[in-house]
Design a protein around this ligand. Structure first.
Ligand SMILES: N[C@@H](CCC(=O)N[C@@H](CS)C(=O)NCC(=O)O)C(=O)O
Length: 200
């Protein structure tokens, strides 16, 4: 059975859980509390030299890191990855966008607010992330105008990757109420067969 090492509040870890549930794959979840320094222990670093969550460990001992690589592995040959090569590339385009632009902004603002409880020394950074974050959310809202899902009519890994931190963006101080397309899309994601919530 696959073992997931993860922190329940982490959106990157939630991507793995959501994908496993959508695909009805059995797994066990090993809690690693990053706020207690459990990603820095020698036992964890032996599995994950970067000291980052999530990772998965396979029965043959293989370990995989990076949330979007993990969901790509789990979803191989499933309908979560388009067969059409251009659509597949569009899916990757949005998954790279999530990692390089969306996550470092939305997730970091959420980390400062939710995990760290707004330390004064990070206020300026938090404010700057908010200015960037509104642009990112506007772009996402625009992409979803006329599209049921991120790349069009098909629900793919790009939706899972972007859903993870968008649906909890309010915990980073973002007001999603005026992003109608995002809200309709968030709702559509919850209607996917096998959907599980972050703490479900
Ligand atoms: N690009 C990585 C990001 C991994 C990452 O930053 N993980 C955070 C939790 S969401 C972590 O483990 N932080 C612990 C630390 O930096 O000590 C991914 O998508 O998996």
């Amino acid at each position: 059975m696959i073992t997931v090492y993860g922190d329940e509040k982490s959106g990157n870890c939630y991507k793995i859980k959501l994908t496993l549930h959508l695909l009805n794959i059995e797994y066990q979840w090993q809690v690693v509390d990053l706020m207690k320094g459990e990603t820095r222990t020698s036992a964890f670093l032996a599995k994950s030299p970067q000291g980052k969550l999530p990772i998965i460990e396979l029965t043959d001992g293989g370990v995989l890191a990076e949330s979007n690589a993990i969901i790509g592995y789990l979803a191989s040959h499933s309908a979560l990855i388009p067969e059409d090569e251009f659509d597949k590339a569009l899916m990757y385009q949005w998954m790279f966008y999530e990692q390089y632009t969306h996550e470092p902004c939305i997730a970091v603002a959420r980390f400062i607010q939710l995990y760290q409880n707004m330390p004064v020394e990070r206020q300026a950074e938090y404010d700057a992330l908010h200015a960037k974050g509104e642009k990112i959310l506007s772009l996402l809202d625009q992409q979803l105008s006329g599209n049921s899902f991120i790349i069009g009519s098909q629900f793919t890994l790009a939706d899972i990757a972007l859903y993870a931190y968008t649906h909890v963006a309010d915990e980073g101080g973002f007001d999603l109420s005026h992003y109608d397309n995002i809200n309709n899309w968030l709702e559509r994601v919850t209607q996917q067969s096998g959907y599980v919530s972050m703490f479900g």
